[in-house]
Design a protein around this ligand. Structure first.
Ligand code: SAM
Length: 381
């Protein structure tokens, strides 16, 4: 079972853990007795992590000072992996992958085709939710790296994932015995010779030219259930060509979506009343009047040759804090004032802004009368 889909309480030797150093610095660590995890904030012995619950904070004293450096040791999840994985390509981030999976209704009943594998970011998310995932990558080095990583994460051998080294635009998706794939190594087809039964009902294409792969889907998609596809493309010209090809091959419900992820930061804002604003305007007017009169008196004294024309500036009496005027700083949430909850948009969020083109297809449209009777009978009962 993969650590990415199974929760465990305690950190054990041999586990993969993700060390949260800061919000944008998360590093994978294979827990090894006697080893040390070095960071600029200090060196953390793996032995200090073993036996602690996932999520624990591990602290070490910084050399030559009284301060402590600390990290949090987290359970791996596809979301955290996306933030920590070694990038070999552009990747799909969680704001996109989560939306895509719910639009494709990805569930344990899904048999997913994903091309290309790239850095394996989306593959981890698919593998956690789907029944089986067939991932394809044509770049040999990247294929090897992804295969090794999936193996290390327990997704291949006992898992629900197969990766195939293939140019899907040229050679399609069907997997035969002689293909370079993990499929026949671990999951033999019934006779060990026939092509793998793919029967996909979910397809995700993150390729430079998805329209050239679309015609090849015919031979591998499910014939008796609804199939949903999503193509991930950064340019509108790519969307154009994809839509044309989808229409040509009988895909329907074609829709293009763009995700613009935003993060909202919530905080409190002081409740201000109109009375306060009016009071503030009165104060300003009054002080202006006092100032004018003072200056007029000083001028008169000056022209009548009086010795000391200068007059001290009158002190403004301290009044109740007026949030519209200048005054002492009030700490957010001060119980002496009224506050309301507000939110502010944070612009920094990792979501690759590509266009998502969705479509669906039902190959076999004849009604299964036995199934319809069964369902209607059940509803009548
Ligand atoms: N979705 C991936 C992720 O989240 O990590 C990133 C995919 S990356 C942008 C695109 C990948 O598709 C690259 O690794 C590239 O080598 C691969 N690719 C491009 N054309 C291909 C083709 N015709 N067949 C198979 N893989 C292909």
């Amino acid at each position: 079972m993969s650590q990415f889909s199974e929760y465990k309480d305690l950190i054990q030797a041999g586990d993969l853990a993700l060390a949260w150093i800061s919000r944008d610095n998360i590093k994978p660590v294979r827990i090894t007795p006697g080893a040390t995890f070095n960071t600029r904030y200090g060196s953390f012995p793996h032995d200090d992590m073993i036996g602690k619950p996932f999520g624990s904070q591990i602290a070490v004293r910084t050399r030559g000072s009284n301060k402590f450096g600390f990290i949090h040791v987290l359970q791996p999840t596809p979301e955290l992996w996306t933030l920590s994985l070694p990038h070999r390509t552009q990747i799909v981030y969680t704001p996109d992958s989560s939306y895509i999976m719910q639009r494709l209704q990805c569930s344990p009943h899904s048999r997913v085709i994903e091309a290309g594998t790239g850095s394996g970011s989306f593959t981890h998310a698919f593998a956690r939710s789907a029944g089986f995932v067939f991932s394809y990558e044509f770049h040999e080095v990247r294929y090897g790296q992804a295969k090794q990583e999936f193996e290390d994460h327990g997704l291949l051998r006992d898992g629900n994932l197969a990766i195939t080294h293939r140019d899907v635009c040229q050679d399609g998706f069907a997997i035969g015995k002689n293909d370079t794939t993990t499929f026949f190594e671990n999951l033999q087809s019934d006779d060990g010779v026939s092509p793998a039964k793919i029967d996909a009902n979910v397809v995700f294409l993150d390729l430079p030219a998805p329209w050239t792969a679309i015609p090849h889907l015919e031979e591998v998609i499910s014939q008796d259930s609804k199939v949903s596809v999503c193509c991930f493309s950064p340019c509108i010209e790519q969307v154009d060509k994809t839509v044309e090809m989808l229409e040509k091959h009988g895909w329907v419900d074609i829709e293009m979506v763009e995700i613009q992820g935003k993060q909202y930061e919530s905080r409190r804002q002081m409740v201000r009343h109109l009375d306060h604003a009016l009071q503030r305007l009165r104060d300003v007017r009054e002080r202006k009047q006092i100032g004018l009169e003072r200056r007029k008196r000083m001028f008169n004294k000056l022209i009548s040759d009086q010795e000391e024309p200068y007059e001290e500036r009158p002190e403004t009496p301290k009044t109740e804090y007026n949030p519209f005027g200048k005054g002492s700083r009030v700490k957010e949430g001060d119980t002496g004032f009224k506050w309301k909850e507000v939110s502010k948009v944070e612009s920094e969020i990792k979501s690759h802004t590509s266009y998502l083109t969705f479509a669906s297809k039902i190959v076999e449209k004849t009604r299964d009368e036995t199934l319809v009777t069964k369902i209607t009978d059940q509803e009548r009962e």
